[in-house]
Write a protein that binds this ligand. Structure first.
Ligand code: PXP
Length: 237
């Protein structure tokens, strides 16, 4: 059974809507761990649109399972990661204007830079994972860059419009997982996984951990809304 890493970025997105203190991602991390999350994931984006440096420092202090920092290759972010030393860093591509991470890192194109950044992070005692598309060439280059772990991008599977496309994407995920494992890599997967589409990915042999964010936080709004209204109504009454 794969582990579950919970990405809590969107708790901070909600907080930033008012730029005050609620809801606090640190409190969210505590609840996720109580509910069985195997790791806590947060992305410190260059534009700080949700998590900020202070959140990352506080999360690192209180997370009891494993703290996985998603980050780009940006020098300032690398410097922050080296100073904070999360348990794990997952390197992702980042464009300011994107709504969410759009694809895997192009390891073939940015090989030297990725290898150097991964080495800097490893020297700081941080386990490094690369977020990659399920493409053999990218996986091969990931292994050559010296990392021990990758996260396969499941976005194409999640966005598949027909059953045939979905099955094709699952096949690709299965084959690339096996390929990566044969190179000795630990394989995680994530992006766009939801309550209705996660089971087929969870069944793929060899996937160590699934990282899921938006669907869990969205679901939490509705599982908690009824109680939140009742409690407010009670006070008003
Ligand atoms: N894995 C990586 C590398 C990501 O960048 C993200 C999005 O921040 C996720 C997993 C989670 O994706 P989602 O929010 O769609 O579940």
């Amino acid at each position: 059974m794969p582990k579950l890493g919970v990405n809590i970025d969107h708790v901070a997105t909600l907080r930033q809507a008012r730029r005050e203190f609620d809801p606090d991602p640190v409190e969210a991390a505590r609840l996720c761990e109580e509910a069985g999350a195997d790791s806590i994931v947060a992305h410190l984006r260059e534009d700080r649109r949700h998590m900020n440096e202070q959140d990352i420092r506080r999360l690192h202090k209180i997370v009891k399972t494993r703290f996985n920092l998603e980050m780009s290759l940006n020098k300032e972010i690398v410097r922050i990661a080296v100073a904070i030393k999360p348990d794990q860093a997952t390197l992702v591509p980042e464009r300011r204007e994107e709504i969410t991470t759009e694809g895997g890192l192009d390891i073939v194109r940015y090989f030297r830079r990725i290898r150097e950044t991964a080495a800097t992070l490893r020297e700081a005692g941080i386990a490094v994972s690369l977020f990659v598309d399920p493409v053999k060439k990218q996986i091969q280059k990931s292994q050559e860059s010296g990392v021990g772990m990758i996260e396969l991008h499941t976005g194409r599977y999640a966005l598949a419009e027909t059953r045939a496309q979905r099955l094709q994407e699952l096949k690709t995920l299965r084959e690339t997982t096996q390929f990566a494992r044969s190179l000795g890599l630990v394989v995680n997967a994530g992006h766009g996984l939801k309550y209705h589409n996660v089971a087929a990915v969870a069944r793929i042999p060899g996937i160590e951990e699934l990282n899921i964010g938006h669907s869990i936080i969205s679901h939490a709004v509705f599982t908690g809304l009824e109680r939140a209204v009742r409690e407010m109504k009670e006070i008003v009454r």
